[in-house]
Write a protein that binds this ligand. Structure first.
Ligand code: TYD
Length: 137
C-alpha cells in the first residue's frame, strides 16, 4: 500500500500539549515544505487530487476531520480525531478531506516545494496512470 498511519507522541501536562516532530527520525523524506489547512467546515471537501511525485505526512493539531486515501488498489477512510495519529502518503495517492470540525487545523509536511504540474486533478486520469505504472516492468 502507498499509504499508512503511524503514531506521533504528544506531551500533555498541566501547561497544555506539545507535539514534537523529529523530522530525521519520524518522517520518511526530507521535509521541504509545511502548510496548514484551517477554517474549513463540515460541508467542505478538500483535496480531490493525487500527486505524481510528492510525498506527504498529515496530522491534525486541533479538532478533527476525515481523510479518505486511495492508491488505486486500496481505499481507507481515516477519522483524524487524535493528535497522535499521522498519515504517510507516498506518491500517487488520491486524497479527499471532509467533515472538518470548526476548529480543525490539519498540518501537512511535504517532500517538495509547491508544484502545480505535480497534481492529478481527474480521478479517471489517476486510475489510468496507476494501471500504466503497474503494468510497466
Ligand atoms: P490545494 O492544493 O488545492 O488545497 P486542497 O487540496 O487542500 O484543497 O491548494 C489550495 C490553494 O493554495 C491553491 O490556490 C494553491 C495554494 N497553495 C499554495 O500556494 N502553496 C501550497 O503549498 C499549497 C498546498 C497550496
Amino acid at each position: 500500500m502507498k499509504f499508512k498511519s503511524f503514531n506521533l507522541l504528544t506531551h500533555e501536562d498541566e501547561q497544555g500539549a506539545l507535539l514534537p516532530i523529529e523530522v530525521y527520525e519520524q518522517i520518511p523524506f526530507l521535509v521541504k515544505r509545511a502548510y496548514f489547512v484551517y477554517c474549513s467546515d463540515f460541508e467542505t471537501v478538500r483535496g480531490l487530487h493525487a500527486h505524481k511525485e510528492l510525498q506527504q505526512v498529515m496530522f491534525v493539531v486541533n479538532g478533527s476531520c476525515d481523510i479518505l486515501l486511495d492508491d488505486g488498489h486500496h481505499k481507507e477512510k481515516f477519522n483524524m480525531r487524535q493528535r497522535e495519529k499521522a498519515l504517510f502518503l507516498d506518491k500517487m495517492v488520491w486524497r479527499e478531506m471532509s467533515n472538518f470540525s470548526e476548529n480543525c487545523i490539519l498540518a501537512v509536511l511535504a517532500s517538495d516545494v509547491y508544484t502545480p504540474s505535480d497534481y492529478i486533478h481527474d480521478y479517471d486520469d489517476f486510475i489510468e496512470k496507476v494501471r500504466n505504472d503497474s503494468s510497466a516492468c
